[in-house]
Design a protein around this ligand. Structure first.
Ligand code: GLA
Length: 391
């Protein structure tokens, strides 16, 4: 469905259900992660982009303290009061919204002057690693800020969504997904520095696009694998803070590859393997920025392949389906680079491609994937797009 169609369907359903037009509608896109994997919570660097698919959130104030929140696709409604905002076990989709509402009011949502009636609808495929949950948080955050007259900058709203993930949805994610949804720009990558929270737009040029290839492998960040990777990185950062004779080491961002080589022996083998991934990724993002500035897309793509190899062998957040997609991509000249995108353990690969060859690339990868796994991956061409905004 096109974004305009999603908007039309949402506003029509809203009016039918609540008997009035929504007072505010906000939109937020999903994201692709292009280079820099599991670096965000290590205070490192990432290249990402907002995509041309997203979620719309329509809202009007209610006359009392009651809140109604409807998922516009399967028309399920959660009802609660501003005095009773807490993580839900049933209809857990509501946690992304109620968590955002909760933290927009600093954990005291009963201080809101009134409740709300809201509905959301989007076109981001679920479970594809395109951050549909962050998109939902960000459009909800913008819509709530508008109807409650709360003024916060985009980084503050992104952090509110992240806090909703941590406390309501149970995922200890970094800030990448929310920040990419907020800071995306058409035709450009977002280069993020998660120490300073600076988000820069880096133009991509016309002759290039991304293709997302969704494997059918399970993608679940909440099941503990993501959390265990994050823990290993934090443990390694503590160790390096102790052994490196330099001040100011708080995160793996502060550790160089040379230091890892020298001192890795003091870590368990597994923790050392986990730590080298974000350290290498930070270096690749910085190299990638220099290559993009020279227009060297092939060089940038080679870094994407290196990134995937590091995921596969060091961080162990790939899986055979994702590896097969990257292997198939390597044999196609019009693919410049490919890697898993996002948390890993399933989900999608992100390919840097010549858009003129998109159909051929999709057909070849699908054929090879089907021969191995029996089903077909979903390939979609993605052009970097603008970030979240009021409609
Ligand atoms: C998920 C998380 C992000 C980030 C990526 C990996 O998408 O939500 O915060 O850690 O994985 O780079």
């Amino acid at each position: 469905m096109l974004n305009q169609e999603v908007y039309d369907e949402l506003t029509a359903k809203f009016e039918k259900m609540y008997g009035e037009k929504p007072e505010v509608v906000a939109y937020a896109p999903g994201r692709i992660e292009v280079l820099g994997n599991h670096t965000d919570y290590n205070e490192g660097f990432v290249f990402s982009a907002a995509i041309d698919k997203g979620t719309f959130f329509a809202i009007s104030p209610s006359k009392d303290e009651s809140c109604e929140l409807t998922a516009g696709d399967f028309m399920e409604t959660a009802k609660f009061s501003i005095r009773d905002v807490k993580p839900a076990k049933e209809m857990s989709w509501q946690n992304y919204v109620t968590g955002t509402f909760n933290w927009l009011f600093d954990g005291n949502p009963s201080s809101a002057k009134h409740g709300f009636r809201a509905m959301f609808l989007g076109n981001i495929p679920l479970g594809a690693g395109l951050s549909s949950s962050a998109a939902l948080e960000m459009c909800a955050a913008l819509a709530f800020s508008k109807i409650y007259g709360i003024e916060k900058d985009r980084t503050a709203l992104a952090k509110i969504g992240q806090k909703a993930e941590h406390t309501f949805a149970g995922c200890p994610c970094g800030l990448l997904d929310q920040a990419s949804s907020m800071y995306g720009k058409a035709g450009a990558l977002v280069k993020s520095d998660f120490r300073t929270n600076e988000f820069e737009s880096v133009p991509m040029g016309d002759g290039v696009a991304f293709m997302m290839v969704k494997s059918n492998a399970k993608h679940a960040l909440v099941d503990g694998a993501y959390a265990s990777r994050r823990q290993a990185c934090e443990e390694a950062a503590k160790y390096f803070a102790g052994v490196l004779r330099k001040g100011g080491v708080t995160h793996l961002r502060d550790v160089t590859m040379a230091e890892w080589v020298l001192y890795r022996g003091g870590l368990s083998e597994t923790t050392a393997k986990r730590a080298v991934h974000p350290i290498g990724e930070d270096e690749r993002v910085l190299q990638g920025a220099a290559l993009l500035a020279k227009g060297d897309l092939k060089g940038f793509g080679a870094l994407m392949y290196d990134s995937h190899e590091s995921s596969r062998s060091w961080f162990e957040n790939s899986c055979e389906e994702l590896d097969a997609i990257v292997d198939a991509a390597k044999a196609i000249p019009e693919v410049y680079g490919a890697r898993l995108s996002g948390g890993g353990f399933g989900g999608s690969c992100c390919l840097l491609v010549d858009p003129a060859a998109a159909d051929r690339i999709a057909a070849q990868i699908s054929r090879e994937y089907k021969a191995k796994f029996g089903d077909e991956p979903v390939c979609s061409l993605i052009r970097p797009s603008d970030g979240a905004h009021l409609v």
